[in-house]
Design a protein around this ligand. Structure first.
Ligand code: SAM
Ligand code: SF4
Length: 347
C-alpha cells in the first residue's frame, strides 16, 4: 500500500471512531458542569431561596471527571468548557484545570471556562497558570442597580475587576456573555457594545431561553437577535465576519469603523442553530445531557462508579450520543421546559 493510501485509511479509521449522532452531527464540544452551586441568583437561572442542590456524594469527583474527559477526548472531543453553577465555587478548581490541560497531548485543543467573574480578581492568574486557555465572563449590565436587580448581588465593581484581572493574566480574547431580557437590560445593548469597543472584548448577546428556575419565561421577554443588532447598529454600524458558521452558536460582527472588539449574537429562540450543534453536556452529578432542553438524562456516574473499563465507558457515551435530539422544540406548541434549569444543567 502507498504511504498516502495508508495515511488516508488511518485518518478514515480515525474519522469513523469519532462521536457522531443519529443525524450525522459530529460531537466535538463538551460542557462540564463542576457544581450546581452559585453565589449569584440571576433571576433567569437560579431561584431565590434555597435551591435544590445535589448532595455532595452525588457530585462527580475530580478523578471521575478526569476519567470521563479522557474517554470523551479519545472519542474526538476537542473543546471542553467548565461551567456550572459557578465553577469557581468548587474548591481547588485549578487542580481540575491542570488535570484536563494534560489532555491537550491527546487531542484536546481548547480548555475554557464560563464564570460570573466574581472570584477572578483573586484567581485569574492561577487559572491561566494551570492551563486554562480561555475565559467567558457574564455581565448583563453596566449599571450598578440593574446589575444587582438581575443577579441578586451588588457586585458590578467586583465583576469589572474580574474582567481586568483576566486581561492582566493574559487571557485573550475575553468573551463577555450578556443575556438580554425585555424590561431589564435591552436599553443597555448599545452601551455594552461601546464597552466592548473601549476594552477590546468579544461581547456576545444571548436571547433569553426558557431555562429559568422561576418558570417565568415568556416570548414577550425575549429580545430577538434581530432587535439586538438593530439597537447596536443605531449607534455603531457592524460588518458581518465572513466565515463558515460551522457549529458556532454566535453570528459574529466587527465594528464598521474598525474599532477594537467584536459582537456576537446568539439567537437560539428566534433563529435556532440545532442543525449544526456539536455539543454535549455533563452535569455536576454525572448525568449526560444531549441537549440543553433534553427531558431525559443518562447516568455516566453510575457507569463510572460500576468500575467500567474505558471501552465500556466509551460504548456508553457513543450509545447516548445516538439519542441526541434533532432540535430544541422551543417554538413548538407542545414544548415542555426541562425539569432541571440552567444552573443545574450547566450553561
Ligand atoms: N455562573 C457562570 C456564569 O454565569 O457565567 C456559568 C454558568 S451560567 C449557567 C452560563 C451562562 O448561561 C451564563 O452566561 C448565563 O448568563 C447563561 N444563562 C443562564 N440562564 C440563561 C437563560 N435562561 N437564558 C439564556 N442564557 C442563560
Ligand atoms: Fe449563577 Fe451563572 Fe446562573 Fe447567574 S447565570 S445564577 S452566575 S450560574
Amino acid at each position: 500500500m502507498e504511504i498516502e493510501e495508508v495515511t488516508s485509511v488511518t485518518s478514515r479509521a480515525k474519522q469513523e471512531a469519532l462521536l457522531k449522532d443519529a443525524y450525522g452531527r459530529a460531537i466535538r464540544d463538551l460542557r462540564i458542569s463542576v457544581t450546581d452551586r452559585c453565589n449569584f441568583r440571576c433571576f433567569y437561572c437560579l431561584p431565590h431561596g434555597e435551591p435544590p442542590f445535589a448532595p455532595k456524594a452525588q457530585m462527580l469527583s475530580y478523578e471521575e471527571i478526569e476519567r470521563a474527559a479522557e474517554v470523551f477526548v479519545a472519542l474526538g472531543i476537542e473543546k471542553i468548557r467548565l461551567t456550572g453553577g459557578e465553577p469557581l465555587m468548587r474548591r481547588d478548581i485549578e487542580m481540575l484545570v491542570a488535570k484536563l490541560a494534560r489532555l491537550k497531548a491527546q487531542g484536546l485543543r481548547d480548555l475554557a471556562m464560563t464564570t460570573n467573574g466574581y472570584f477572578l480578581p483573586a484567581r485569574a492568574a492561577q487559572l491561566r497558570a494551570a492551563g486554562l486557555d480561555r475565559v467567558t465572563i457574564s455581565l448583563d449590565s453596566l449599571r450598578r442597580e440593574s446589575f444587582a436587580r438581575i443577579t441578586g448581588v451588588d457586585a458590578l465593581a467586583r465583576v469589572l475587576d474580574g474582567i481586568a484581572a483576566a486581561r492582566d493574566a493574559g487571557f485573550k480574547p475575553i468573551k463577555i456573555n450578556v443575556v438580554v431580557v425585555r424590561s431589564y437590560n435591552e436599553d443597555e445593548v448599545a452601551d455594552l457594545a461601546a464597552f466592548a469597543r473601549e476594552h477590546d472584548l468579544v461581547m456576545r448577546f444571548i436571547e433569553f431561553m426558557p431555562l429559568d428556575a422561576a418558570y417565568d419565561w415568556s416570548r414577550e421577554k425575549v429580545v430577538s437577535g434581530r432587535e439586538i443588532r438593530q439597537r447596536i447598529e443605531r449607534r455603531f454600524p457592524l460588518v458581518p465576519i465572513e466565515e463558515e458558521r460551522g457549529s458556532s452558536t454566535a453570528v459574529r460582527f466587527l465594528f464598521a469603523d474598525g474599532a477594537p472588539g467584536e459582537i456576537g449574537i446568539i439567537a437560539p429562540v428566534t433563529e435556532p442553530f440545532c442543525g449544526a450543534c456539536s455539543r454535549i453536556r455533563l452535569t455536576a452529578d454525572g448525568q449526560i445531557r444531549t441537549c440543553l432542553f433534553s427531558t431525559v438524562e443518562h447516568s455516566l456516574r453510575d457507569v463510572l462508579r460500576s468500575g467500567a473499563s474505558r471501552d465500556e465507558i466509551g460504548a456508553f457515551i457513543r450509545a447516548v450520543v445516538m439519542k441526541k435530539e434533532k432540535g430544541h422544540r422551543i417554538n413548538d406548541p407542545d414544548f415542555v421546559p426541562p425539569a432541571r434549569t440552567m444552573s443545574f444543567i450547566g450553561g
